[in-house]
Design a protein around this ligand. Structure first.
Ligand code: NAD
Length: 365
């Protein structure tokens, strides 16, 4: 079996605790001959600042660039609230996204049947939910220039953000969405606001062209972003893949995420362009949640978002689809058997620690 290089960046707070469970899982998969991963571990965020005075060192940045996939925990915490802005913990993650060219953010929202009662929506609306939001991550209004606040001199100010997209940025994210749809239910909803935004007009035009010219075998629907938000809470199971820009993706993916219950359950992947020679994409996998300083160091963190992020790496970076299914199946099984960390605790279930949850998932495998 070919050797695959993983670069682990646990980060701060609960990042180290949940990454420890992924390390156990990797050791199990290697020992049982199901994988051949090598791992190296680096520092990012506050822990990198403490060691090197930066949010990620050049050496670790190079290791991230050389790896087949980066597995990232979480960064930040009150200890680093007052460090200079350019070396704040989040700067490490932003640098990784930028230097690895990670333009596609994948956020699945899966509702495990055992947790359907933990959702704020009714069980029948969310049970069995399995949708994937594909968010453009490096363009749009968060990065567009000009971005500034002017003092108008009469006690008034004017703030400007610029929503800007070019054809190639929309083409490449549309291709990711259509490719992924083919591995799922073969349906894509493209979401924008072409009724009031020029960038929405271009988005609609470019996604339609990619569909027509390259992916006409996938079902494509266009939906205005405000309607998409409404439909996500009215009838989320109508969706398979939703592709959208950076701003709408930020909001829609958080809304979709909470359909499934706790932050501790939510994985994500960020992908770059395929390499011209190898066809492999740079990729970073991370839970959606942060470093949870309020529970760090107490063995209370839910490792499922981190383990499910690793399962996404198996699926999207290594094409180990069966193994990814097995890991996700093991997560569903332990939940079905009533094991719960504190954040997803329900009446009649057994409360377990971070390590006990990790061990139970490995035992199921
Ligand atoms: P958070 O996601 O860290 O925590 C929010 C709440 O959810 C907390 O009550 C926490 O205990 C709980 N929670 C989160 N993950 C959990 C898990 N796996 N198991 C059990 N409970 C969990 O968000 P926050 O409190 O707003 O931020 C804390 C720090 O994390 C800040 O420094 C913030 O900047 C940083 N942050 C980092 C990332 C990242 O690394 N990608 C993302 C978000 C926030």
């Amino acid at each position: 079996m070919a050797q695959q290089k993983l670069f682990l960046l646990p980060g701060d707070g609960i990042g180290t605790e949940i990454m420890a469970e992924v390390e156990k899982l990797i050791a199990h998969l290697n020992a049982s001959g199901q994988s051949n991963f090598t791992t190296d571990t680096g520092l990012v965020g506050g822990s990198a600042y403490d060691a090197h005075g930066v949010a990620i060192s050049e050496e670790d940045m190079q290791k991230a660039l050389d790896a087949d996939a980066v597995i990232f925990g979480a960064v930040g915490g009150p200890k680093w609230d007052d460090v200079p802005y350019e070396v704040r913990p989040e700067a490490g993650l932003l640098r990784l996204r930028k230097d690895l060219g990670l333009f596609a953010n994948l956020r699945p929202a899966i509702c495990y049947p055992a947790l359907a009662d933990g959702s704020s929506l009714k069980r029948e609306i969310v049970e069995g939910l399995d949708i994937l939001i594909v968010r453009e991550l490096t363009g749009g209004v968060y990065f567009g220039e000009p971005k500034e606040i002017h003092d108008l001199g009469d006690g008034q100010k004017r703030a400007i953000d610029t929503q800007v997209y070019e054809t190639y940025e929309i083409e490449r994210i549309a291709r990711v969405a259509f490719d992924l749809a083919k591995t799922r239910d073969n349906r894509v909803h493209s979401s924008e606001k072409r009724n009031v935004m020029k960038s929405g007009v271009l988005w609609h035009e470019v996604v339609s062209a990619i569909h027509q010219n390259e992916h006409s075998d996938v079902q494509l629907d266009h939906i205005l972003a405000d309607n998409c938000a409404m439909q996500l809470v009215r009838n989320p199971k109508q969706f398979d893949v939703i592709v959208t820009d950076n701003l709408f993706g930020d909001i829609l993916s958080d809304a979709a995420a909470m359909l499934t219950g706790s932050l501790g359950m939510l994985p994500s992947a960020s992908l770059g362009a395929p390499d011209a020679e190898t066809g492999k994409r740079k990729a970073l996998y991370e839970p959606v949640h942060g470093s949870a300083p309020d529970i760090a160091g107490q063995g209370m963190a839910n490792p499922i978002a981190m383990i499910a992020s690793f399962a996404m790496a198996l699926r999207y970076s290594f094409e180990m689809i069966e193994l990814a299914d097995k890991v996700e199946g093991a997560i569903a099984d332990v939940l079905y058997e009533g094991l719960r960390t504190g954040d997803i605790m329900q009446d009649g279930c057994k409360k377990v620690t971070t390590a006990e949850m990790g061990d139970a998932i490995i035992a199921k495998l």
